[in-house]
Design a protein around this ligand. Structure first.
Ligand SMILES: NC(=O)c1ccc[n+]([C@@H]2O[C@H](COP(=O)([O-])OP(=O)(O)OC[C@H]3O[C@@H](n4cnc5c(N)ncnc54)[C@H](OP(=O)(O)O)[C@@H]3O)[C@@H](O)[C@H]2O)c1
Length: 320
């Protein structure tokens, strides 16, 4: 089913985000690109606390400096979190779960792009670990905070490139995750996994599992930002050499600015009252705010359950 919500399909973050006074947000990858755009607009609309999680200190520092243009930057915080390191991510998640007494929105936006296969410290494909597994860990640790905050939001920054995930994807075991299927398919698979996990979590919410209660709804959605002019496409240049550079140069003039446009679907899902009023949860949202269907593979319940089991197992193997 594909539906345009009443009121058109535009969500202009300058005008359409409500007052966020008193609200707390965590944005992974908020130091650059789309995530920076998300953090900037949360601050612009008076959020009480915007915590950015990312890895590179220089990006964190420059983001905090640039955020001064958008609002009271004393409300913005940067926490180093290397998603290529599960133990470090677990510590950050535990510390945040202790220090935040409310969480109005968790935006799982950090990601590596189309890039060559490499393994993390935890001996896992970096696309899967950064884009999926470490953020699954963050969400599991922070879920009780979302559940205790009325009208809270959980947002996965996925991509229409999930449509290109390999047809043979089963999320069967670690060996499948650690098979080099090429830069584009590794990325596409990770974006498919995000939608599957969003939907699997929504099923648990509906079933009243994992601490979900009927009167404390978390609005869980996956979004696609469009083609956005950030550092991410440069990673494809590295992966595909000259062909990647030519490809990027061809599409660059048509790409969106991350701060004015690329952040829109995520900000709609994170802040709009329409989400609550229309009960939009477990959905896939494309620019700016169109609720649409992802691929049949992304809606495959058994595939989602298998991914959930594998993710739990991989975390157990590494973290105990
Ligand atoms: N750009 C597009 O056209 C497009 C299209 C569809 C979907 N998306 C999705 O949108 C999201 C944001 O992408 P973007 O284009 O804004 O990319 P970007 O400009 O490259 O920003 C990526 C962000 O992720 C963080 N990150 C990367 N590796 C990390 C790690 N190991 N640990 C912690 N943080 C890490 C980066 O922080 P550091 O600088 O500290 O590494 C940075 O803040 C991604 O999930 C991407 O897949 C983008």
């Amino acid at each position: 089913m594909s539906s345009l919500l009443p009121g058109g399909n535009t969500f202009n973050p300058d005008n359409d985000i409500p007052d966020l006074s008193g609200k707390h947000y965590i944005v992974t990858g908020g130091s650059a690109g789309i995530g920076f755009g998300i953090a900037a607009h949360l601050l612009q609309h008076k959020a009480e606390n915007v915590t950015i999680l990312s890895n590179k200190e220089e990006h964190g520092e420059s983001a905090l400096e640039e955020l001064k243009e958008y609002g009271d930057a004393t409300k913005a915080h940067w926490v180093q979190c290397n998603l290529k390191d599960l133990k470090a991510t677990e510590k950050v998640a535990n510390d945040l779960a202790k220090s935040q007494d409310r969480l109005d929105g968790l935006v799982l936006n950090a990601g590596v792009g189309v890039g060559v296969y490499n393994e993390t410290k935890d001996k896992l494909d970096s696309h899967f670990q950064v884009n999926v597994l470490s953020q699954f860990l963050l969400l599991k640790k922070l879920l009780p905070r979302l559940q205790q905050t009325p009208g809270s939001r959980l947002v996965f920054e996925s991509s229409d490139l999930h449509q290109g995930a390999d047809g043979s994807t089963q999320f069967k075991d670690e060996a499948e995750i650690n098979t080099d299927i090429g830069p584009t398919k590794l990325y596409n698979r990770s974006k498919l996994a995000q939608i599957l996990l969003a939907r699997a979590l929504q099923r648990r919410q509906e079933a009243g599992e994992l601490g979900f209660k009927p009167d404390q709804k978390v609005f869980i959605n996956a979004v696609h930002p469009g083609a956005v002019d950030t550092d991410q496409p440069l990673q494809a240049e590295e992966a595909y050499g000259k062909a990647g550079v030519i490809g990027h140069n061809l599409v660059k003039p048509f790409m969106k600015d991350p701060v004015s446009k690329g952040c829109r679907p995520a900000l709609f899902a994170t802040t709009s009252k329409e989400i609550e009023e229309k009960g939009i949860t477990g959905e896939y949202i494309v620019p700016d705010k169109k609720v649409t269907s992802p691929t049949s593979k992304a809606m495959d319940v058994e595939l989602g359950e298998q991914l959930w089991r594998l993710s739990e197992q991989l975390l157990k193997d590494r973290l105990g």
